[in-house]
Design a protein around this ligand. Structure first.
Ligand SMILES: [Zn+2]
Length: 289
C-alpha cells in the first residue's frame, strides 16, 4: 500500500512539475488560440509515463500504466470550462479613425465603424469595459476556458466587423461583448443583455444559442451584483451581431448616466462581482446546452 501511495505521489509530482493543473491551462490559453490546450495535455501525459518507466521498483506495482495518463486527462477535463473558447469584446476604444462599414454581410447599408462609449462622472465606458473584461478573462481561464480578447488596450482601433471576425476566426463557442449604457434620463438604471435577431443576420443559427446564453448569464450577473435585471433586448441593427458566425451577446452592465450606478461600476469589488457573475453564467450555459 505504501508503494502504491508513493506511485500516486510521484504521478502527482510529475503532474505538478509539468504544470498540468489550472496554471498550465492558463498559460497555454493566454497566448495561443487553439493549439495550447491539446499540446499541454499530451505533454503532461507522456511526462508522467516517462517518470514511472524510469524506475524499476515501480514496475511490480504498476498495475495499469495507462492509468497515469487517464488520470491526468481527467484532471484537465474536470475544469468546468475545459475545451471552451470564449471571445471577450470590451466595447469601444480610443481612436481618431473614422470610417463607415457595412451593417451586415447581407446589406449595403453602412454605420460608423468606431463609436465612442458612454461617459460617467467616475469613468469612461471603454476603460470600464476593458477592466471588467480582463477580470472576466481571469475568472474564465481559472475555470479552464480559452479566452480571446478583441482588444487589450484602451487606445484601440477595432471596428465592429473586425470584432466579430476575431471571434469567428477563433471559432469561439460564445462571444461576450461588454458595454455600459447611457441615457438622457438619469433616473434609468439596471443591467440588460442585447441579443442578435432579424433578417440581417449573416448566420441566423446563432440566434437561439445566443438568447439562451444571454438569459443565463444576465441572471447570474444580476444575482452576483444585486443589480436590477432589465431583461433581454433583440437587436437587428448591430454590425457586431450581424457579422458574427458564433453565438454572440452584449451585456450592458449599467448606466453611467445614473450617478449611483456609475459610482458602483467604478468600484473594483463590484466589477469583480460582474466578472464572477459572467463566469458563473457561462458555467450554467455550458451545463444546459
Ligand atoms: Zn457601449
Amino acid at each position: 500500500m505504501a508503494l502504491k501511495r508513493w506511485i500516486a505521489g510521484s504521478l502527482m509530482l510529475a503532474c505538478i512539475l509539468c504544470g498540468c493543473g489550472t496554471q498550465q491551462v492558463e498559460t497555454g490559453q493566454a497566448d495561443s488560440a487553439g493549439s495550447g490546450d491539446p499540446q499541454a495535455v499530451q505533454d503532461t501525459g507522456s511526462a508522467a509515463l516517462d517518470d514511472t518507466d524510469g524506475d524499476a521498483a515501480v514496475d511490480d506495482e504498476l498495475v495499469d500504466p495507462p492509468l497515469g495518463e487517464d488520470a491526468v486527462s481527467e484532471d484537465v477535463a474536470q475544469l468546468p470550462l475545459s475545451g471552451l473558447v470564449i471571445c471577450l469584446d470590451p466595447g469601444h476604444g480610443i481612436t481618431s479613425a473614422s470610417r463607415q462599414e457595412a451593417v451586415s454581410p447581407l446589406s449595403s447599408e453602412t454605420k460608423a465603424a468606431y463609436v465612442s462609449g458612454a461617459v460617467g462622472n467616475s469613468q469612461t465606458e471603454e476603460a470600464l469595459n476593458l477592466a471588467v473584461a480582463e477580470m472576466t478573462r481571469g475568472e474564465l481561464e481559472a475555470l479552464g476556458a480559452q479566452v480571446v480578447m478583441t482588444r487589450q488596450t484602451n487606445e484601440a482601433t477595432v471596428s465592429n466587423i473586425e470584432r466579430a471576425q476575431i471571434a469567428n476566426a477563433a471559432g469561439a463557442d460564445l462571444c461576450i461583448r461588454i458595454h455600459a449604457d447611457g441615457s438622457e434620463d438619469s433616473s434609468v438604471y439596471g443591467m440588460s443583455m442585447q441579443v442578435p435577431a432579424g433578417s440581417l443576420l449573416g448566420t441566423p443559427s446563432i440566434e437561439a444559442p445566443s438568447a439562451q446564453a444571454a438569459e443565463m448569464i444576465l441572471q447570474a450577473v444580476t444575482e452576483a451584483t444585486g443589480a436590477r435585471n432589465r431583461g433581454l433586448a433583440q437587436r437587428s441593427d448591430l454590425t457586431g451581431f450581424n457579422w458574427s458566425e458564433v453565438p454572440c451577446i452584449l451585456l450592458e452592465m449599467g448606466f453611467l448616466s445614473n450617478a449611483e450606478e456609475d459610482a458602483r461600476l467604478a468600484q473594483t469589488e463590484y466589477r469583480q462581482q460582474i466578472a464572477a457573475g459572467i463566469a458563473e453564467g457561462v458555467c450554467r450555459w455550458v451545463r444546459a446546452r
